[in-house]
Design a protein around this ligand. Sequence first.
Ligand code: ADP
Length: 558
Amino acid sequence: MKLRLSIALILIVVVPLALLGWLGIRVAQNEREVIGHRFRALLVDRLIDIDGDIAAVLGGWERQLLAETQLTGLETRELRLRAMKSPIVRQYFVLDTKGNLTYPLSTAPLNETEKRFVVRTQDIWMNKEIPSQAVQEEVVQQVQSTKVPIKGGKGGTPQVVTKQAARPTAQRKGWHVWYWDNGLNLIFWWRESSGNIVGAEVSDVRLMADIVGALPETIEQDQYQSRMSQRTPPSQASRIKLLDSNSNLVYQWGLYEATEDEQPQAALALSQPLGSWKLQYYASEDSVYGGYGKGMLFNLLSGLGAVAVAMVVLAIYFYRESSRDMREATQRISFVNKVSHELKTPLTSIRMYAEMLAGQIDEENPKAKRHLSIIVSESQRLSRLIGNVLTFSRKQRSALKIHKSKGIIDEALREVLERSETGLASNGIQIEFHPGAGKALEFDRDILEQVMCNLLSNVEKYATSADLITVTSTQTQDTVTITFSDNGPGIPASEHKKIFDAFYRVSDKVNDGVAGTGIGLTIARELALLHGGDLVLQPREKGASFKFTLQVGKESNQ
Ligand code: ADP
């Protein structure tokens, strides 16, 4: 019991604490994730802004190039001169309407720059990667002839419509990107009114310089140190890196020093034509979660600690209270047990001498005989009550034992019934006995007597209106069944199960005022169970009927 109580108390403390801890950690983790998501979304917004700044540089270049006067028809000398003067152009080129390169032509005399350009770009012209007017028209025609079946036409036949949305308009300008010698090369082309495509390969060095110029300045190491200590708390420091298509660092700025294997908090690919480049945002965990993790852990732990202390105090309090109650209950039981034992011996003597005296008094003194019979029956009642109390206390201590001996059930039954006969007869109740268990067998005589006495005494107490008790015994190979019925008021169906509960007493006008403890049937059933049988109440139209079974076969030999 003590062990069970300790386990229960530990569970009462540990289980809710573990549950609370788990819930707290889950909630905190979710919160942390939400904060992380929000913060990363902000970082991505910042990267989108930076991408916009870079796109603005390229947009400025587009405008500069488009402002060029007509290039078609210009002489080679003029084109060379313009390229030389322009800070952003490396080499101009001109395509005819069919997409063939007309300047710089490899067959014409070329200077070194032009020669290198022709080598670098030969694949572009060969594969016609930059769209000419002729190619564009071809594409438009192909798309126009594509018919797309869609569902829902009348009569179930698919309706055929032209895929209008896919029809492209002839592209007028664009960027072309290609890689040469491990580097990114950019061409901007546009269509002139003549239909020719002209364009320029732009200077990558200048482009890089312009992009870097548009981005915030990189801070030198010494400035970095002083700013770190003066203005920016380390938790708010960040670093943004611009990486090229080979993931080489192009440019970086910001006060945060990322470790080598650190993952960025956010990343973004640049818009076209620099789609293979990316921006990465590095920041410390602290700046992402604002120290949430540490604070949360401290709050959680201190909260759990407080709950744990409160629960342990409560558990100790309840443990002490319950052990005190248990101690007191054990003391009470042992006191009642001792008193009952003390009472048993003198009571047996009183009963024995009263019975002896009744035998000695002659018939002429009926008054004295009646008085003696009252002493005998009352002392029998008292012994029965003491017997019940002792059995109940043994049951509480799990000390109930069965002691079988050889005998005949019907004989034992007859003896018990005869003993109660006089008392019952004085209340106008007769006993009818139908014996059917006459074979000798092993059983516990005391158990049989105690159960029967309890049933008989209940009739005396609760079935005063009855005039007949019928007792029937039957015997099979290993079971004896005794039915015990009276024709009194009976027991309401709703009480059938409860009457076997300890200390339960039916409360109605028949029972109220009748003395009792509510343990008679509890003990009777417990004893029947101990004997391998049972005691149950059977449904009956009038009165109460109990079925008492006992195992008398091999199984019951304990
Ligand atoms: P107690 O020890 O107080 O007599 P029991 O456990 O023997 O209690 O009985 C429980 C309840 O069952 C009683 O309060 C009574 O109402 C009901 N009872 C038992 N036997 C009979 C009976 N033969 N007729 C009517 N009621 C009965």
